[in-house]
Design a protein around this ligand. Structure first.
Ligand code: ATP
Length: 260
């Protein structure tokens, strides 16, 4: 285990990458922080609109690097390789006026065509996986990063839970989840239900998690819970001799052991 403790912004300044490069050149050795190092990987799970991204942002404030599947998906869709392939398949019909792939048009194109959907998934999934691994490797090389957080709506469905040392289930009452996405994202009841139906039932996700973070109050209350869970996860991770959390994925069928 060689994860370094979170460093505050105060005190002596850390060298920048460029400064570090200068030192390496002078001294002839590479700073340890440049090598990939084991970092605790935390997965976020929860129902639609439960607050996963909000919790992720709070983990980021604690020094974690958050790897967001939705953002990676958007990034990959705009790469030259994918744009070229989509144009070969479907022409201009799936591009917006800005020349970029339009997610709504693509969704419409594959909506009731399982073959086209499969073809699209076979194109995107490996690229998304590669980009996720690249970002995680980069985080492991970046000094000061305290953990990696995977924010993926389909964490279990995509098998990403196997890459996690700890899984946090963000729990919020269904009424609050519906209300939040309606008021803050303008989603209809239908939008919410469709997305929720495409995912594992929340009870299954909860059962497979190690920590439950109840998001049923204001954001400051949530932040305190996130800080508490984060320090428990990191200290368990550091405390284990093997470098892995004491709750490996294989033993994760028990109910979340900590409910806050
Ligand atoms: P999705 O399932 O779509 O990925 P999510 O689980 O990531 O959603 P968030 O985007 O974090 O959920 O939260 C949904 C909405 O609810 C956001 O607009 C967020 O700002 C708001 N929200 C989350 N928690 C709270 C809270 N405790 N109080 C008020 N608003 C909240």
């Amino acid at each position: 285990m060689n994860g370094s403790p979170p460093e505050s912004d105060s005190g002596s300044a850390k060298p920048t990458a460029e400064e570090g490069a200068g030192n390496a050149w002078l001294t002839g050795h590479t700073p340890a922080a440049w090598s990939p190092r084991p970092l605790c990987v935390i997965g976020l799970a929860g129902g639609v609109g439960s607050g996963k991204s909000t919790v992720g942002a709070m983990f980021r404030d604690l020094g974690a690097c958050v790897v967001e599947s939705d953002e990676i998906g958007r990034h990959v869709l705009c790469t030259d390789e994918v744009r070229r392939t989509l144009r070969e398949w479907w022409g201009d019909s799936v591009f917006g006026p800005d020349g970029l792939p339009d997610r709504a048009r693509i969704a419409g194109r594959v909506f009731d065509d399982p073959d086209q959907r499969r073809r699209l998934e076979q194109l995107l999934h490996p690229l998304i996986g590669r980009e996720r691994r690249r970002r995680m490797d980069e985080a492991r090389r970046r000094p000061g990063v305290t953990a990696i957080v995977i924010d993926a709506p389909l964490l279990f469905e995509a098998g990403l839970d196997r890459e996690c040392d700890a899984i946090v289930f963000v729990e919020a009452p269904e009424s609050a989840r519906r209300r939040r996405v309606a008021t803050q994202r303008g989603w209809s009841e239908d939008d919410w239900s469709r997305r929720e139906a495409a995912q594992l039932p929340v009870e299954q996700k909860r059962r497979r998690a190690d920590y439950v973070c109840v998001n049923d109050a204001d954001l400051e209350t949530l932040r305190r819970k996130v800080q508490d869970i984060f320090s428990q996860i990191v200290s368990r991770y550091r405390g284990s001799e093997s470098g892995a959390c004491p709750t490996p994925a294989a033993e994760r069928e028990t109910p979340g052991d900590i409910s806050l």
